[in-house]
Design a protein around this ligand. Structure first.
Ligand code: FES
Length: 71
C-alpha cells in the first residue's frame, strides 16, 4: 500500500499519495468507497457508469535529453 496522508489547505482536504516505481492504485471517483480515496468496489453497487481512476507509475523512469522524465 502506498504512503498516504490527508492535509487541509484553504479549508479543503487533500489526499497525498506517494507511489514508488512499479506501484499502482485505484482511486475512487464515485465517492462511495468506505476506504476513500481508494476504490473498494462500491461503485459496482451504484447505478452509474463511474469507475475508479487507475494510477500507475512505471517500474523504471529514465531522464531524457530535455531533463524531463519518460518511461
Ligand atoms: S468505490 Fe468509488 S470508484 Fe470504486
Amino acid at each position: 500500500m502506498p504512503e498516504f496522508s490527508t492535509v487541509e489547505k484553504n479549508g479543503h482536504f487533500r489526499h497525498i499519495i506517494q507511489l514508488k516505481p512499479g506501484e499502482r492504485v485505484s482511486l475512487c471517483r464515485c465517492y462511495g468507497s468506505k476506504n476513500f480515496p481508494f476504490c473498494d468496489g462500491t461503485h459496482n453497487q451504484i447505478h452509474s457508469n463511474v469507475g475508479p481512476a487507475i494510477i500507475e507509475v512505471p517500474a523504471s523512469v529514465e531522464e531524457n535529453e530535455e531533463g524531463t522524465q519518460s518511461s
